[in-house]
Write a protein that binds this ligand. Structure first.
Ligand SMILES: Nc1ncnc2c1ncn2[C@@H]1O[C@H](COP(=O)(O)OP(=O)(O)OP(=O)(O)O)[C@@H](O)[C@H]1O
Length: 639
């Protein structure tokens, strides 16, 4: 039994339940220990306990990274921030479109559609500066932005300048910055380190190929284009060693006949004519010589008319470059020098071959209407320039228009009739109208697939059944060209009547130009790699120059250039675990591109006997290549 004294004493002792659990369930149930004194003292100690001790109520662990000040803060995006509206730069208000946020397809587990894609701010800023030049309303579009990202204009400018200075692979040193400026209009515009070792995927991209579907050909010019160019190059270089043709005609040599048959007719010019490809002794280029057989110039003024034709440069004409007379063929011949378009065919050869050659009676396909419009616009464009210069083509026939590429034609032999059959100046207007009618007859022949098609109502009816009504009516207007015809009274009027088709052809031409430019980009990378390989080829394996830079031991096997040799082995001479050569174009291109860009990436180079191992960056190798090449170029001549 507890005495009163014992009970008093117990009331001064803090209840242990409160110390341990924070409360005492017997407090109101007769527990004699002190609860009041504990309550105020116990609360903080309990809270501390909660913090110190690991129990079910402990907050889950969230990793946090210390910031620059040594304190740590959470880097997760709060739910509020995640659903916040994406940041839109102020330029949007100034009329410039904000950078497009690229969103990928949303999956059920992870939807990032509301989070804008990261857009490098520095680049935008520098880019905006370019755009805003001269426009005060657009200047400093980000100047007032002081968001939590800590953006500061001066920081970005400094970063841009530093990045541009450090990553320009063409700038071997600071003194080369003038050369860099020539390469880049505004080097400071590049605030992100550019990936010079990557292939820039410049469009247009027709096929959406995945990475694994791409082949080695994707790195270079398209195969069909390469083959076509190759065939044309071969045709240009073709020679005829044992021909009876004169070795030299004026300043031309290496004549090769281009005529496809040796049966000549006088239909076109009233004289036999021959066509040769020849190489100029003046500039080494290839030209076409058109010889008019047995022609005597009676009036120098006639030959002088060629001057006016030489001034005309139109993409739908074969340019006339010169005209002279010669006796080299054993007669008195007149020779016209024109541009050479390798592997071209006449329209007659292209479209009427089966008509002229019954043995090839394969049914000739109808020319698509789009191609016909294309031909018409090109011929009209040539006539527009010719008539604008006070001249007339006078000869537009299926054998005098050549096809130099797919759907690409050029009016040939212009100006020849002006010399061999000079006309009165008073008849110019009539000749120009006749030019328009001749185009009409040529188009009619193409549309009916018959070079001898007669221009009458029946033929037009046939055309109306095959092609559109608009095409038929334009054909009718062409054939009926006269000073009173509102559609075809002159070439300018006619052109404005087919303006819609002119724009279609123009658009097609621009698409083609884009495609060719895109092909050119691939060769951009190839050419820089060729230059690099040439340098490496010059440097490697030069034992005869082993004394160069002897003082620094640079050309010795243990010198700085030793790892250039090892790099060559690393790129080209790798073997796999079975000792077989690794023939991997991807590895070669990647390594050489990184070397050319002077990347900071490190690689391990091992000697063949595996006794030496170097860890070097591409940047260091690049520096060595440059130094070695410079020294090799400066090596004095030895006898
Ligand atoms: N500038 C040129 N560049 C390349 N090839 C050309 C050029 N001019 C003509 N040719 C080619 O030369 C060949 C002969 O041309 P030509 O104009 O003599 O035709 P043709 O059918 O022989 O006509 P014709 O019966 O009137 O002589 C054709 O295959 C043509 O494609």
């Amino acid at each position: 039994m507890l005495t009163q004294r014992t009970a008093d004493h117990a009331r001064n002792i803090p209840c242990r339940n409160i110390q341990i659990y924070g409360y005492c369930k017997h407090e109101k149930d007769g527990c004699m220990y002190n609860h009041d004194a504990m309550k105020t003292a116990a609360a903080p100690s309990h809270a501390e306990n909660l913090k110190k001790r690991f129990n079910v109520e402990s907050p889950s662990f969230t990793p946090s990274l210390p910031d620059g000040n040594g304190s740590s803060k959470t880097n997760t995006i709060s739910p509020k921030a995640a659903s916040a509206a994406p940041f839109t730069p102020k330029t949007a208000k100034a009329g410039l479109a904000p950078p497009a946020a690229v969103t990928r397809s949303n999956s059920a587990e992870w939807s990032n559609s509301e989070i804008p894609e990261f857009v490098p701010q520095g680049y935008q800023q520098a880019h905006q500066h370019q755009l805003s030049e001269g426009s005060s309303s657009l200047q400093d579009p980000f100047a007032s932005y002081d968001g939590t990202g800590g953006y500061s204009e001066s920081d970005a400018a400094a970063a841009a300048a530093a990045a541009a200075a450090s990553i320009n692979p063409y700038a071997q040193d600071a003194t080369n910055s003038a050369a860099a400026a020539a390469f880049f209009q505004q080097p400071s515009a590049f605030s992100q380190p550019l990936q010079y070792h990557l292939y820039a995927p410049v469009g247009p991209h027709r096929e959406n190929l995945l990475a694994y579907q791409r082949s080695a050909h994707d790195f270079f010019i398209a195969e069909n284009l390469r083959q076509e160019f190759q065939r044309k190059a071969e045709a240009s270089l073709q020679v005829l060693p044992n021909s009876n043709l004169p070795a030299n005609i004026e300043y031309f040599h290496s004549l090769v006949p281009l005529d496809t048959s040796n049966q000549k007719n006088t239909n076109s010019f009233g004289y036999n004519s021959w066509v040769y490809k020849a190489t100029s002794g003046k500039d080494g280029n290839v030209y076409v010589l058109r010889r008019i057989e047995n022609f005597r110039v009676t009036n120098d003024k006639d030959i002088g008319s060629v001057k006016a034709w030489k001034r005309i440069a139109n993409a739908s004409m074969v340019t006339i470059l010169d005209c002279f007379t010669t006796r080299a063929f054993g007669d008195s011949s007149l020779v016209f020098v024109t541009d050479y378009h390798p592997l071209s065919k006449t329209i007659a050869e292209q479209h009427f071959s089966s008509f002229y050659n019954p043995r090839q009676r394969a049914p000739q396909l109808l020319v698509p209407e789009q191609s016909l419009w294309g031909y018409l616009v090109q011929l009209t464009s040539a006539l527009k320039v010719i008539h604008g210069n006070g001249l007339a083509a006078r000869l537009i026939s299926p054998t005098k228009v050549i096809v130099t590429n797919k759907n690409r034609i050029r009016l040939n032999c212009c100006g020849i009739l002006d010399v061999v059959q000079p006309a009165q100046a008073s008849t110019l207007a009539a000749q120009q109208l006749e030019d328009i009618r001749q185009i009409g007859r040529l188009m009619l022949a193409l549309a009916t697939n018959n070079p001898n098609a007669v221009s009458n109502a029946k033929t037009l009816e046939v055309i109306g059944r095959t092609y559109s009504e608009r095409f038929r009516s334009i054909m009718a207007a062409l054939m009926d060209a006269s000073p009173v015809n509102p559609v075809s009274k002159d070439i300018n009027t006619f052109m404005s009547n087919i303006a819609d088709q002119v724009f279609n052809v123009f658009d097609t031409a621009l698409h083609y130009e884009d495609a060719i430019t895109s092909e050119l980009y691939r060769e951009l990378e190839s050419s820089r790699l060729v230059r690099l390989m040439v340098k490496l080829g010059f440097i490697n394996e030069r034992p005869e120059f082993s004394d160069i830079g002897q003082s620094t031991g640079q050309w010795s096997e243990t010198g700085e250039r030793y790892y250039l040799k090892l790099f060559r082995d690393y790129v080209f001479h790798q073997v796999n675990a079975e000792g077989r050569p690794v023939v991997d174009l991807g590895h070669v291109l990647t390594s050489l591109n990184k070397l050319d860009a002077g990347s900071d990436e490190k690689i391990v180079l091992t000697s063949r006997d595996e006794q030496n191992v170097f860890v070097v960056t591409y940047k260091e190798i690049k520096r060595s290549v440059e130094t070695a090449f410079q020294e090799l170029s400066k090596t004095p001549r030895r006898l």
